[in-house]
Ligand binder design. Structure first.
Ligand SMILES: *[C@@H]1O[C@H](CO)[C@@H](O)[C@H](O)[C@H]1NC(C)=O
Ligand SMILES: *[C@@H]1O[C@H](CO)[C@@H](O)[C@H](O)[C@H]1NC(C)=O
Ligand SMILES: *[C@@H]1O[C@H](CO)[C@@H](O)[C@H](O)[C@H]1NC(C)=O
Ligand SMILES: [Zn+2]
Length: 504
């Protein structure tokens, strides 16, 4: 053993010297601050590269931020003479995750989250592209001007690529020129709420607003994302609101937001889509249902709509797949989100729907807030902020909870990379094929870790997350964005060189 060590050590020293030398002679010193790896041309080698054709041993050549070629075969690093090779061994090299549902809250609410902290967390979690939601920042992104504010606020602060959804609200829904200028300025689509959003300057839309939005979106071939809960006032919800003694109880919260709200919203949405189609005006309109929680009738309605040819897609989130209502302790408002995490039977049905392809993709719905709002002293579920912090954990959370269902690396890539890329209308991301952006998540499915106070979490309020205390497997080792090594072994690149993604 020792003899072997003494033979290897000088070799390692030589290698280190070579690397250091390469750093020194690197011609592009300034742009190399964007990457922990100072090369614009290099190879990544691994025994498990996730390609559309399956998981292969091989190597990916990166040149100028793009994938120049993908070769399969069990080559050793030494077979790449005079080329820089990063050898990840048995670690998985997967397309970077594309998270279509993130609230970064900047400008205006950076005490909740922000571009810098949020995209650091994304990079540490293998997420290479994220799409920021139009609400929870102040102002909301509901006009060309407020979109420009966002883009400006993101400048120099994003470690990964960031795109933006615009907001469809009553104020702009009837103003076609306002919607058009928001979309022409690069919003990838619009988002609206069928129930109060929790944010005063982002009011809910009714079906008339939604139809108006669909007409304009159709001509841009961009999607409408909808939060599908419709408030149904009933005696039982009134009862719950009046029963103050029970506000700590998670079952109170569940009763306050029943599955019938999701169901009713999806029915109304479908009617709106049908009506807009009838006149032929909204040909090309697409509806994307965000964070489906109910795997019962709501899911069946979506399945029916799809089989009748409706242009509809749907996402769910890892917290609906990883947790069930039974394990949420009374007063533990870290688990509050809307729609709520439902029971264990529902959780399993959501997994089946995902595995069968009825749910198209996953997203984090990362939505932090300040402790005063998220953790009210009395543990009041009705008053607490609804939103779960998870951006850095989504890959291990999905993998760990999916292990029991035998999920594959290719399925992960479908839910987290390919389908989301399609939704945002991008051509050059989401798969490891020549010509695409060199966006990768490198991770080890076998490394286990616990998310606790000693875990290095980069988003704001790191300990206010439903995932605290959770043991997960699947550690992200390195993340590449457009060929830049933006995260590796706990470190980020010196500069934040992610790019904004604007629709053209
Ligand atoms: C419509 O929006 C534009 C901004 O794009 C604004 O200048 C105009 O006043 C709005 N029209 C109405 C009727 O609100
Ligand atoms: C939606 O609200 C608008 C006012 O913003 C109103 O004109 C319209 O009639 C409403 N539609 C429905 C279906 O309630
Ligand atoms: C989170 O961390 C902060 C600062 O270290 C601490 O004050 C707070 O009590 C912690 N909260 C929870 C829920 O652990
Ligand atoms: Zn959200």
């Amino acid at each position: 053993m020792d003899v072997l060590k003494w033979r290897i050590l000088p070799l390692l020293a030589l290698l280190a010297a070579f690397v250091v030398l390469n750093v020194k002679i690197s011609p592009k010193q300034s742009s190399s601050d964007c990457s922990l790896l100072p090369h614009s041309e290099f190879w990544i080698r691994s025994n498990r590269i996730v390609t559309p054709q399956g998981v292969i041993p091989g190597a990916v050549k990166i040149k100028g931020g793009r994938i120049a070629s993908v070769i399969s075969g069990d080559r050793k690093s030494s077979e790449f003479p005079r080329k820089h090779v990063v050898d990840y061994g048995d670690a998985v090299v997967m397309p970077g995750l594309v998270d279509v549902h993130v609230h970064l809250d900047e400008p205006g609410r950076t005490e909740w989250e922000g571009f810098l902290s949020g995209t650091k967390a994304a990079a540490a979690g293998g997420v290479t592209t994220l799409i920021d939601m139009p609400l929870n920042s102040y102002p909301s992104t509901v006009s060309e001007e407020t979109l420009r504010d966002k883009i400006k606020a993101a400048e120099g602060k994003i470690y990964v690529d960031v795109g933006f959804w615009g907001g469809l609200v009553p104020e702009n829904a009837f103003n076609e020129s306002a919607l058009k200028s928001l979309l022409s300025a690069g919003a990838l689509g619009l988002k609206s709420f069928m129930c109060p959003s929790g944010i005063n300057d982002f009011p809910m839309t009714n079906s008339t607003h939604i139809k108006e939005g669909l007409y304009t979106l159709a001509s841009y071939k961009r999607p409408l994302l909808v939060h599908t809960e419709l408030v149904i006032e009933s005696e039982s919800t009134d009862e719950i609101k009046n029963d103050i003694s029970d506000v700590r109880s998670y079952s109170t919260y569940l009763k306050a937001r029943p599955t019938s709200w999701e169901e009713a919203a999806i029915r109304e949405l479908q009617a709106a889509l049908d009506e807009t189609k009838r006149g032929g005006l909204a040909e090309g309109a697409h509806i994307h249902i965000v964070h489906l929680s109910d795997a019962g009738t709501s899911l069946n309605l979506i399945k029916d709509a799809k089989s009748n040819g409706a242009s509809v897609s749907v996402e769910t989130c890892p917290h609906y797949l990883a947790f069930s209502a039974e394990e949420v302790k009374d007063g533990d408002t870290r688990f509050k989100c809307a729609p709520p995490i439902r029971d264990e039977v529902n959780r399993q049905k959501l997994w089946n729907a995902l595995l069968e392809g009825h749910i198209d993709m996953l997203s984090s719905d990362h939505s932090p807030s300040i402790p005063e709002l998220k953790l009210p002293e009395e543990g009041d579920f009705l008053r607490a902020w609804g939103g779960i912090s998870s951006l850095q954990f989504v890959l291990p959370a999905t993998w760990s909870s999916g292990l029991k269902y035998g999920i594959t690396l290719n399925q992960l890539a479908t839910w987290w990379c390919e389908k989301p890329t399609k939704l945002i209308g991008q051509q050059n991301k989401g798969t490891i094929v020549s010509g695409n952006h060199a966006d990768f998540a490198v991770w080890d499915p076998n490394i286990e870790f616990t998310i606790d106070d000693s875990h290095v979490t980069f988003h704001k309020h790191p300990n206010i997350s439903a995932y605290m205390g959770k043991r997960l497997s699947g550690k992200v080792l390195a993340t590449f964005v457009r060929g830049n090594l933006v995260y590796s072994g706990g470190q980020h690149s010196p500069k934040a060189c992610g790019e904004t993604i604007l629709a053209k």
